[in-house]
Design a protein around this ligand. Structure first.
Ligand code: SAH
Ligand code: SF4
Length: 438
C-alpha cells in the first residue's frame, strides 16, 4: 500500500495561503504526509483564485498535466472557483472532489476517512500547520458583503462571517508562546470585523496588548470602514507595523461610483491624511535605538475599468502623485462571471490597459524612490524572510520595504530580526549592511 501523501498548490491571495495551512493540518491529522513534488503526491489540493481570468486559466493547464503524469492521483479543488458552475462543467471528472473551503470540517468524510475528534463548524477555528515558524497569518473572517461591481470574491466566498474573538486571541497567544515574531490578522475586509460587541479597533488593541515581543499587521482594509476610532487606535498600538494597505481601486469619483466603492477621491485622501497624522507622531525620531520611518502606504488599483476615459485615468495618476505610494498592486481589469461590471459596455482595449498599467508603474517607481531615499544611512530593524542565490539575506522593514543585506555569514538566519544600516536605495528596494556601531 502506497503512503498517503499530499501536495497543496496555492493560487491567489493570502487568504488562500492561510486556508491551505488549515487544509494541511487536517490532512496530516488524517495520516497524510507532505510531498513537495505535485506529480508524486497521492492527493493534490488546488486552492483556486477567481479574481482575474488569468488566475482561473492556470487550472486548465495544471489539472490535465497532473492527471497525465500521475494517473492514480486524487484531486480536490477548493478556493474561490470551487462552486463555479462553468468551471465545474469545463473540468468535469478531472476533479474528484469539489470542496468549498467552508466545508473543510467535512474533509474526512469527503475522503472516506473516519473523523478524529469533535466537529468544528467554523473552518477558521480548525488548527493550522503554519508554513513559516516565525511569521503567521491569523484569519479573522471570511467572505465579503461589499459587491464591488468588478469583483468575484462575494460570489465565491459568500457573505461576511467573523470568527469569535476569543478563538483569534487564543491562536495569537499560542503563536507568541511558540516565538512567532510577526502576526498578520487577515480577512477580505478586516476593518468590518464584528463579533458580539467586539469590533476591529477593539480586536486590534486586544492583540496588541498581548504580552510578548512581536510585530503586528493587518490586511486588507476597505476605505469605507476606516473609521476615526480605528485610525486613533492604530496610532496607539505600539506593536502595529507602520504600513497601511488601503485599496483605492481608482482615482475618479465617477469610476469609483460605478465600481460601487462608496467613497470619493476626496474622502480617500482625507483618510490618508488622518492615518499619516496618527501614525507619524514619532516619524524621523530615534525610538529604542532605531530610526522611525514615516508610515508606508500601499494600494490596489484597477486600470481600464469599463468606460474609464483617459481623463478619468488621469485622476488615478493624480491620486498617485498626491499620496506618493510606497507600493501599489496594479491590475488590468478582467471581466468576471456574474459581476455587475461584466455587463457594462464601452470596454477599454487590452493595449490601452497595458499602457495605463505601465504609466502608473513609472509614477509609482518615481515617488517610491523619493520615499526610499529617506532611509539612506538610517538604522532600521529587518525581519529576514529568505536568502537569494548569492547567499545574501532578504527581509522586510516594519514598513514592508524589501531590504537586501550584504552579509553572507552563516550565523544569521531566516526569521532573525536584524539591525541594519541602509547604504543605498532603488525604486523598489533598499540595500543595507548589519549595523556594526551598535
Ligand atoms: N478585499 C480586498 C481585495 C480582494 S481582491 C479589497 O477590497 O481591496 C484583490 C484585488 O484584485 C482587488 O483589490 C482588485 O484590485 C483586484 N481585482 C478584483 N477583481 C478584479 C477584476 N475583475 N479585474 C482586475 N482586478 C481585479
Ligand atoms: Fe472584492 Fe470589493 Fe469585497 Fe474587496 S471589498 S473582496 S474588492 S467585493
Amino acid at each position: 500500500m502506497n503512503k498517503k501523501t499530499y501536495n497543496i498548490f496555492i493560487i491567489g491571495c493570502q487568504m488562500n495561503k492561510s486556508d491551505s495551512e488549515r487544509i494541511a493540518f487536517s490532512l496530516e491529522s488524517l495520516g497524510y504526509f507532505p510531498e513537495e513534488d505535485i506529480y508524486k503526491a497521492s492527493l493534490v489540493v488546488i486552492t483556486t483564485c477567481g479574481v482575474r481570468q488569468s488566475a482561473e486559466d492556470r487550472i486548465y493547464g495544471l489539472i490535465p498535466a497532473v492527471r497525465r503524469k500521475n494517473p492514480e492521483v486524487k484531486i480536490i479543488l477548493t478556493g474561490c472557483l470551487s462552486a463555479e458552475k462553468l468551471v465545474k462543467e469545463r473540468l468535469g471528472d478531472s476533479v474528484d472532489i469539489w470542496m468549498p473551503i467552508v466545508e473543510l470540517d467535512n474533509l474526512p468524510s469527503l475522503l472516506g476517512e473516519d473523523s478524529l475528534g469533535g466537529h468544528e463548524r467554523d473552518y477558521l477555528n480548525l488548527k493550522a500547520r503554519y508554513e513559516s515558524d516565525f511569521s503567521a497569518f491569523i484569519p479573522i473572517g471570511n467572505g465579503c458583503d461589499n459587491f464591488c461591481s468588478y469583483c468575484y470574491v462575494p460570489h465565491a466566498r459568500g457573505r461576511e462571517k467573523y470568527r469569535d474573538h476569543k478563538e483569534i486571541i487564543n491562536e495569537a497567544k499560542d503563536l507568541i508562546k511558540k516565538g512567532y515574531k510577526e502576526i498578520t490578522l487577515i480577512a477580505q475586509n478586516v476593518n468590518s470585523y464584528k463579533s458580539a460587541d467586539i469590533d476591529f479597533p477593539k480586536l486590534l488593541k486586544m492583540t496588541n496588548d498581548l504580552p510578548g515581543d512581536f510585530w503586528l499587521r493587518f490586511s486588507t482594509s476597505h476605505p469605507k470602514d476606516m473609521s476615526d476610532e480605528l485610525i486613533k487606535e492604530m496610532g496607539e498600538c505600539e506593536k502595529l507595523c507602520h504600513h497601511v494597505h488601503l485599496p483605492a481601486q481608482a482615482g475618479d469619483d465617477e469610476v469609483l461610483k460605478r465600481m460601487n466603492r462608496k467613497y470619493t477621491q476626496g474622502h480617500y485622501l482625507e483618510l490618508i491624511d488622518k492615518i499619516r497624522k496618527s501614525l507619524n507622531k514619532q516619524a524621523g525620531e530615534i525610538v529604542s535605538g532605531f530610526w522611525m520611518p514615516p508610515v508606508a502606504i500601499s494600494t490596489d488599483i484597477i486600470v481600464g475599468f469599463p468606460g474609464e476615459t483617459e481623463k478619468q485615468f488621469r485622476e488615478t495618476v493624480k491620486l498617485f502623485e498626491t499620496v506618493k505610494y510606497d507600493m501599489a498592486y496594479i491590475a488590468q481589469y478582467s471581466p468576471r462571471p456574474n459581476t455587475a461590471a461584466a455587463k457594462m459596455s464601452d470596454l477599454v482595449s487590452e493595449d490601452e490597459k497595458k499602457r495605463r498599467d505601465e504609466e502608473l508603474n513609472d509614477v509609482l517607481g518615481r515617488y517610491n524612490l523619493e520615499n526610499n531615499k529617506k532611509y539612506l544611512n538610517r538604522v532600521v530593524e529587518v525581519l529576514v524572510d529568505s536568502k537569494n542565490s548569492r547567499g545574501e539575506m532578504i527581509g522586510k522593514t516594519k514598513t514592508s520595504k524589501t531590504v537586501i543585506i550584504s552579509d553572507t555569514t552563516k550565523s544569521r538566519k531566516i526569521g532573525d530580526i536584524l539591525e541594519v544600516k541602509i547604504k543605498s536605495v532603488k525604486n523598489f528596494g533598499l540595500y543595507g549592511e548589519i549595523n556594526k556601531d551598535e
